[in-house]
Design a protein around this ligand. Structure first.
Ligand code: ZN
Length: 358
């Protein structure tokens, strides 16, 4: 049953560009615009589900042939061995291909998709029914030690960056996929990683903490002058996965006026960390309610992980997002809180982060 009022969703994380990159072929942008059976996120599905926009991730896969999508690694299907550095040239090449995909989607969309560089543009898109895409990078492997590529990325529209994915790189140490496990799994940021945080601050680029280990999280907290944000993570107290956030981390995010995007990946929802579509939508609500309690009602949004992980069967694809809105109503959330979680909190934190953007 559809809900009486559709609420637009602005979402903190998707891997649609990775899906299109892996799909190959020159018609990737059209596949996104026309829609196809495969995948969680394309334009027709977005319109159907009220997906107004979000952060589109550029992610450089590790050098392994059949690796799982970014947030689908499990104990039985582990992430690539941590000591597999990705060389700069090949990382940049993949990043350029994926950014090109988003640029071509925009160019071929006849005004239906726009890459947004500030919040005014996102608001305009939402008003006009245009899909608002923000360019995000998950893992800084394509960035060189002199940060020259960061200049290029910012000019191309990059407004959000996770220094690490769940593997080590020159900048720090990502948290491996473990459950049960604390996110405190090893060393923090390197000196180069600390410099990356300062450079991102200068550009007012959002720093995404979702895949960083706990020491790296505290290193960023000590250096950064923008709100702390984890674009797609859940509550460790409910699902003791290394990818989820402890109460202490949630409190730090709250202190900076930051945000957590609730992740729909079943492995980060379920108490057993299993990648199983049999995860009730109510479980998402449990995490949202818990994080609202700990971060505050201005500090929780959505960070779906569409095209990057297994979704609960009650949502499936972006087309099913209003089922989540229905579940919020069933949980007793009032409309103002629903709007905050669905898009207003994201716009608030992006505005606070990008406010001095040049
Ligand atoms: Zn991720």
């Amino acid at each position: 049953m559809t809900s009486p009022i559709r609420v637009p969703i602005f979402d903190g994380h998707n891997d649609a560009l990775l899906r299109l990159y892996r799909r190959g072929g020159a018609d990737g942008p059209q596949a996104f615009l026309v829609g196809e059976e495969k995948g969680h996120l394309d334009l027709p599905k977005a319109i159907q589900g009220g997906f107004a926009g979000g952060l589109f991730a550029v992610f450089v896969p590790s050098a392994r042939r059949s690796e799982p999508p970014p947030d689908e690694a499990t104990a039985a299907n582990p992430e690539p061995p941590p000591a597999s550095p990705i060389d700069l040239a090949s990382a940049q090449s993949v990043a350029i291909s994926m950014i090109s995909l988003l640029l071509r989607i925009e160019a071929e969309s006849q005004g239906r998709v726009r890459i947004c560089r500030d919040v005014a543009e996102i608001r305009q898109c939402m008003k006009d029914g245009v899909l608002a895409a923000v360019l995000h990078m998950e893992g800084a492997e394509p960035i060189d030690p002199k940060f020259e590529f960061l200049d290029v990325l910012h000019a191309a529209g990059l407004r959000s960056l996770g220094p690490v994915w769940s593997r080590p790189n020159f900048f720090g140490h990502g948290v491996p996929f473990l459950c049960p496990s604390s996110p405190d799994t090893g060393l923090g940021l390197t000196d180069l990683g600390k410099e990356l945080v300062r450079r991102c601050n200068q550009f007012r680029i959002l720093i995404d903490l979702s895949h960083i280990n706990e020491r790296g999280f505290w290193d960023v907290a000590a250096i950064s002058d923008v709100p702390l944000v984890a674009t797609h993570s859940n509550a460790h107290a409910l699902s003791p996965h290394s990818r989820n956030l402890t109460d202490k981390q949630l409190a730090a995010i709250r202190e900076t006026g930051g945000l957590v995007g609730a992740n729909l990946a079943t492995a980060f929802l379920r108490p057993d960390g299993a990648r199983n579509a049999d995860a009730p939508v109510d479980l998402v609500l449990d995490h949202i309610a818990y994080m609202l309690e700990h971060v505050g009602e201005d500090g929780v949004g959505l960070g779906s992980d569409f095209d990057g992980a297994k979704m609960p069967s009650g949502i499936g694809t972006v087309a099913g997002l209003q089922n989540l809105v229905d579940a919020m109503r069933a949980r007793g959330f009032g409309e103002p809180l629903i709007e905050k979680v669905c898009y207003k909190n994201w716009l608030r934190v992006l505005e606070a982060t990008w406010r001095l953007a040049t």
